[in-house]
Design a protein around this ligand. Structure first.
Ligand code: SF4
Ligand code: SF4
Ligand code: SF4
Length: 248
């Protein structure tokens, strides 16, 4: 049986999720026994326009990005969004809360009007094309990436958690961050990371995106219990949960 050909593409991002893949080190050798990388700018020089599975890192932030992702989608049998920039728009969506001309001036100063610096509202990949699977997180969890690649190579359906981070956090017997007068997004955020942030003494800032059907009433109860409001929670959500609200 021939191995599925895999391509990894990046759009607007820090490339930290690709770095997580590189950091798999010897496990990459195992994965290469199951799939054949044919395009991966960060790690190889070869290029190919023939691939079966496309992993997409990064957000869609320019009109030309939309054309490119549509072309990739047309070629790939399976398209996987890799990391929160791709799955939700991630931290890149912060700019959607501001006037984009102001954002450009802030970043590029006097050069902001140069045509090659044109920008647009940030979109997650599935706001432009169909996405088959999402590997959540900023950055992605290496073990989860490896698991999903193995599933796809073997034709199995990967199981991606659809319950909140609190479940994993409680299993690790962490003291809740609300007890420290903090706001934690664990009650509404998709698990699968094994709650590293609360386990290290930080609140969950929601990098894996929300569970499909967050238990808003339970979250409200927690907030009330600790004297916090929904507005407090929404403010915390801006980092990884900003929407498209403004236009250029
Ligand atoms: S999800 Fe985070 S680590 Fe991954 S590319 Fe985006 S900013 Fe970087
Ligand atoms: S709210 Fe945060 S710290 Fe508290 S249990 Fe849930 S994930 Fe853990
Ligand atoms: S605990 Fe929250 S912020 Fe930390 S990795 Fe998991 S989802 Fe992301």
């Amino acid at each position: 049986m021939s191995k599925p050909r895999v391509a990894i593409f990046d759009f607007a991002c820090c490339e930290g999720c690709q770095l997580q893949i590189v950091n798999l080190e010897e496990e990459i050798v195992d994965l290469i026994s199951l799939v054949q990388p044919v395009e991966w700018r960060e790690a190889m020089t070869e290029h190919s326009e023939e691939y079966d599975i496309a992993f997409i890192e990064g957000s869609i932030t320019r009109p030309q990005d939309e054309e490119r992702i549509k072309q990739i989608r047309g070629q790939a049998k399976i398209l996987v969004a890799l990391g929160s920039c791709a799955t939700t728009g991630g931290i890149n969506k912060l700019k959607n809360n501001f006037d984009l001309n102001e954002v450009k001036k802030c970043v590029y100063g006097e050069a902001a009007d140069m045509p090659h610096l044109d920008t647009a509202m940030t979109k997650a990949v599935d706001e432009v094309v169909k996405v088959d699977y999402k590997i959540h997180g900023c950055p992605i969890n290496r073990d989860e990436f490896s698991y999903i690649v193995r599933c796809l190579a073997l034709g199995k359906e990967p199981v991606i958690p659809n319950y909140p981070v609190c479940v994993e956090c409680k299993k690790r017997e962490n003291e809740c961050r609300f007890e420290f007068d903090e706001i934690c997004l664990g009650p509404v955020t998709r698990a699968g990371c094994n709650a590293p942030c609360p386990s290290a003494g930080f609140w969950c800032y929601g990098c894996r995106g929300y569970v499909d059907d967050p238990n808003v009433n339970a979250a409200k109860d927690v907030l009330e219990k600790y004297g916090k409001t929904i507005e407090d929670l929404k403010h915390k959500m801006l980092l990884f949960g900003s929407k498209q609200e403004h236009t250029i």
